[in-house]
Ligand binder design. Structure first.
Ligand code: ADP
Ligand code: MG
Length: 611
């Protein structure tokens, strides 16, 4: 038996969840700071240890050449597949990335599955801390459109992280499960997933416990990041116009502006107005009132861009929007009220949004994990193959052997023969895709079956395709007369070999332990820096003059103590002293807040700049 966790390995954020045995409810696990989301960012510390998640994200700017994000975009891809990504993202490929992509992080080189494995290991560790026992089995979600190579790469990542991947589940299927939609006898389900950097629409048909992907569409370069970029640019232009100061010239300042607009964006999902505030320089903050109406008028074109792919998916599936029985919202960006309104208008139905949209996929994965672990007996959940699989025949045509949307596991057999006299081998070329010609499909693998020379048309070669429950393929070719056979577990030309994965597993162990304390230390140091900066800023405010002398002395002592702790490398001590400084500045913070409220109530001009 043993426990199986559910993992959403996302482009921007990843999560781990489990199903509570007593309540049968799935729950996302949080880190020490109570955060369930783990940024899918990995950084290699100059000291040689690997940093994952929030502290890695803080390094995106200062240690760009040692830090990587959005690696999901490279999973299971070859060099020719990623040209576009390379133009849009600062991926630094190492030399020799032709067959397998390799990413340069500082002085080390990693493949995308290895990078993903660092993220998975962090989630594994989170689960192990929670259960106080080893966790070695997981269900991992993948986008519905992921092909064989991308699925294989995800499985490899799991193995490298020391996780047995019990099942790969399509993200929209997981989201539907989280909402309990599998209780329907049959239903048409639309899943609208608007995340950090990607937009996916999936149309599913549920029938007798079977989720079938009717159509998928989307935009791999459309998400919350675009909104953040737009807002940051608006703010930059405004500051430039008013103060003749170009924030973009200082990358750190621009990053802090970006963080401020993201905070404002999040606030506007819950409130009608918010204050955009960010520390411009020693003289003061940039402050600007922002209403939801203004925000929505800016981002409208971005939201509009999701509707085209959604309509195309409906058209491909031959469905009208109002035929959907259920619509599910997934992804952090669907918290934006305008997104919800647009989706509701399109489908003429209120979408499900009761659960945290950034958690639903992980919650569904946890439910599926529970089913596999035997926690629920009366339930069988199956997925289907997303793309057809076949082999090349005469003239570059494709003979489909397993059509798309076959339930998995699946197998099919077909007979082939030779078309030239005295052929001594039959070349089997395995392809994936819906098009008729090999050149329009994705080449998965090639191998040769040796046969004794015979006249054309006489040999009988049986080709068998077997797809396991993860959608992974094994192809066997057998000469019926001689009983000779050859087979491949399809490792696409740009995938990793078993030996490579084994080697990576061994290598990864060297990182596994050392990193925890290092990560903690980095996180504590960053937090300390931020708290010290904030304290200095607060002390410079006019209201701080009203502090009692002993209060000010106490703050200064706490600051000095924290600085002293920062010189050492005891993360617990640093955290303690951050806490002490926070205590000491408590009253000051209240004073500043009251002052800020009074200023706001006085009805200052909305776009005023406090300097
Ligand atoms: P992934 O692309 O990895 O699946 P998520 O689904 O977690 O990512 O979505 C992340 C995006 O959601 C980010 O752009 C984030 O800013 C955005 N987001 C999170 N919470 C909110 C919110 N309250 N309002 C608007 N956007 C949000
Ligand atoms: Mg997602």
């Amino acid at each position: 038996m043993g426990r199986i966790v559910g993992i959403d390995l996302g482009t921007t954020y990843s999560l781990v969840a489990y199903t509570d045995a007593a309540t049968r409810k799935p729950v996302c696990l949080a880190d020490e700071q109570g955060r369930t989301l783990l940024p899918s960012v990995v950084s290699l510390d100059p000291a040689g240890s690997v940093v994952v998640g929030w502290p890695a994200r803080e390094r995106l700017l200062r240690q760009a050449e040692r830090t990587v994000y959005s690696v999901k975009r490279l999973m299971g891809k070859g060099l020719e597949d990623v040209r576009e990504e390379l133009q849009l993202f600062p991926f630094r490929l190492a030399p020799g990335s032709e067959s397998v992509i390799r990413i340069q992080l500082g002085e080390k080189i990693f493949t995308p599955p290895e990078i993903s494995a660092f993220i998975l290991r962090e989630l594994k560790r989170r689960a192990e801390a929670f259960f106080s026992e080893e966790v070695s089995r997981a269900v991992i979600t993948v986008p519905a459109y992921f092909n064989d190579a991308q699925r294989q790469a995800t499985k490899d990542a799991g193995r490298i992280a020391g996780l047995e991947v019990e099942r790969l589940v399509n993200e929209p299927t997981a989201a539907s499960l989280a909402y309990g939609l599998d209780k329907h006898q049959r239903a048409l389900i639309g899943v609208y997933d608007f995340g950090g950097g990607t937009f996916d629409i999936s149309l599913l048909r549920l029938q007798e416990g079977l989720f079938e992907v009717l159509a998928t569409n989307g935009d791999t370069h459309l998400g919350g990041d675009d909104i953040d970029n737009l807002l940051a640019e608006k703010a930059r232009a405004e500051i430039h116009q008013q103060l003749k100061l170009d924030v973009a010239e200082n990358p750190e300042l621009y990053q802090s502006l970006r963080n401020a607009v993201i905070a404002a964006k999040h606030a506007l999902s819950a409130e009608e107005r918010t204050t955009l505030r960010f520390p411009l320089d020693a003289r003061g903050d940039y402050v600007r009132e922002l209403t939801r109406a203004e925000f929505e008028s800016w981002i409208e074109p971005i939201i509009e861009r999701t509707l085209g792919p959604a309509k195309r998916a409906l058209k491909d599936a031959g469905l009208k929007p109002e035929q959907m029985d259920e619509v599910v919202l997934v992804g952090g960006s669907t918290r934006i009220p305008l997104v919800r309104r647009r989706v509701e208008q399109l489908f003429r139905r209120r979408p499900h949004c009761e659960l945290n949209p950034d958690e639903v996929v992980a919650l569904g994965a946890a439910l599926q994990a529970n089913i596999l672990a035997g926690g629920v007996e009366d339930m069988l959940l199956l997925d289907v193959t997303p793309l057809s699989l076949g082999i090349e025949t005469l003239g570059g045509a494709v003979a489909k052997i397993i059509p798309r949307n076959s339930t998995i596991p699946a197998s099919a057999t077909e007979m082939f023969t030779t078309y030239a006299d005295n052929q001594t081998g039959v070349d089997i070329h395995v392809v994936q895709g819906e098009r008729e010609l090999v050149k329009d499909c994705r080449s998965l693998a090639r191998f040769t079956l040796k046969i004794p020379p015979q006249p054309a048309g006489l040999p009988r070669v049986e080709v068998k395709f077997l797809i396991d429950a993860d959608g992974l393929l094994q192809v066997t070719a057998r000469d019926i007369r001689t009983g000779q056979q050859a087979s491949v577990e399809v490792k696409p030309s740009y995938g990793l070999s078993d030996d490579e994965v084994e080697r990576m597993i061994l290598e990864s162990i060297e990182y596994a332990e050392a990193d925890f304390a290092a990560t903690q230390l980095i996180g504590a140091r960053n937090e300390a820096d931020a708290v010290l900066r904030a304290t200095a800023r607060a002390l410079a405010e006019p209201q701080a003059q009203e502090l009692a002398p002993e209060e000010r002395r106490e703050i200064e002592q706490a600051e000095a103590a924290l600085r002293q702790a920062l010189a050492g490398d005891d993360y617990r001590l640093i955290r303690e002293r951050i806490e002490a400084l926070n205590q000491a500045t408590h009253h000051l913070a209240e004073m500043l807040m009251n002052a800020a409220m009074q200023t706001a109530l006085k009805g200052k001009r909305a776009d005023e700049v406090n300097l």
